[in-house]
Design a protein around this ligand. Structure first.
Ligand code: DGY
Length: 305
């Protein structure tokens, strides 16, 4: 197979077809056979490319990942070889922030439990104390990561009457403007100690891997809600599970997991938890826009008009 552009699966919309990309499953015999001639690779966030993959692709000029996260790519090796990394910032900001909000509301208003009760026929009627949740207005929402998605999430929780505060790797002090308002950027311990809700919106890097271990999560106020739509490796899941079972965490909403799609088995029957299968960018509009962005980046890199 002689492919200039090799993708591991079709993407949403016509963008990839317009480029004439060849499709072969990740690390299949066809995929491996195409590497020597390939100039652009298109991969998914679940396909961790390695330096040895790159070594088989001497003509490679660009790697396009159908995600904003690039933690599954050999970034240093790409930099050394001058291989361009194309990802999808910007176009999935609202979709991902919407999903984080969905998780927050689902956890605090016990949506999944209620739905299961109705479907299973266990609902016998309205009761004054049935499935009582937790209100959000007036509470502090700690946002880890003051990039586009963190700010978009801040706008959403601000509209619910919450007070966003931020931490990010840019340092502490000052404020972060998120369009409708601005909020303080604080040191991590202060963010943790103040947050009734903690939502993760930073990339997974060497600096953020394991950022939230037991010691950090214990700093959260009792009953705090943890939402993760970023990457599983940022939070130590066994610690989060232990604190949830002990009642220190009031609820957890997850879209991402360390080692996904495998889950730590204890999540499956964890209380006050809503689990989603990495749906952050999963809208038709967003996935089509992501594909167009990659198409344009590949066309520019390979000078295809
Ligand atoms: C990404 O694209 O990296 C996000 O995880 C989507 O949810």
């Amino acid at each position: 197979m002689n492919a200039r552009i090799l993708a591991t699966s079709p993407l949403v919309g016509p963008a990839l077809k317009e480029l004439g990309a060849v499709i072969a499953p990740f690390r299949s015999a066809e995929w491996n056979a195409a590497l020597p001639e390939v100039e652009a690779l298109v991969v998914l966030l679940s396909e961790p490319l390695t330096e040895s993959d790159l070594a088989k692709a001497p003509k490679l000029k660009a790697i396009a990942t159908y995600s904003v996260g690039v933690n599954h790519l050999p970034l240093a090796a790409c930099e050394t070889r001058g291989i361009r990394i194309l990802s999808t910032p910007g176009v999935l900001t609202d979709a991902t922030a919407d999903l984080a909000l969905t998780l927050l509301l689902a956890v605090t208003r016990r949506v999944a439990e209620g739905e299961r009760m109705v479907r299973s026929g266990r609902w016998t009627g309205w009761a004054p104390d049935q499935l009582l949740g937790t209100g959000l207005a007036g509470k502090v929402c700690g946002i880890l990561g003051a990039g586009a998605i963190g700010k978009a999430f801040a706008r959403r929780v601000w509209a619910l009457g919450m007070q966003p505060i931020f931490w990010d790797r840019e340092g502490t002090g000052g404020t972060v403007s998120f369009g409708v308002c601005e909020s303080p950027r604080v040191p991590l311990p202060k963010l943790l100690e103040s947050s009734a809700v903690l939502s993760l919106h930073c990339p997974l890097t060497h600096a953020t891997r394991g950022l939230l271990g037991l010691k950090e999560l214990e700093r959260l106020p009792k009953g705090a809600i943890l939402i993760n739509t970023a990457r599983g490796g940022i939070v130590d899941e066994p610690s989060a599970l232990a604190l949830l079972r002990a009642g220190h965490l009031g609820g957890v909403g997850l879209d991402v997991y360390e080692g996904e799609p495998k889950l730590h088995p204890a999540w499956l029957d964890a209380p006050r938890t809503v689990l989603l299968p990495h749906l952050g960018s999963a809208t038709v509009e967003t996935r089509a826009a992501m594909a167009r962005l990659l198409r344009d980046g590949i066309a520019e890199t390979l000078q295809i008009s």
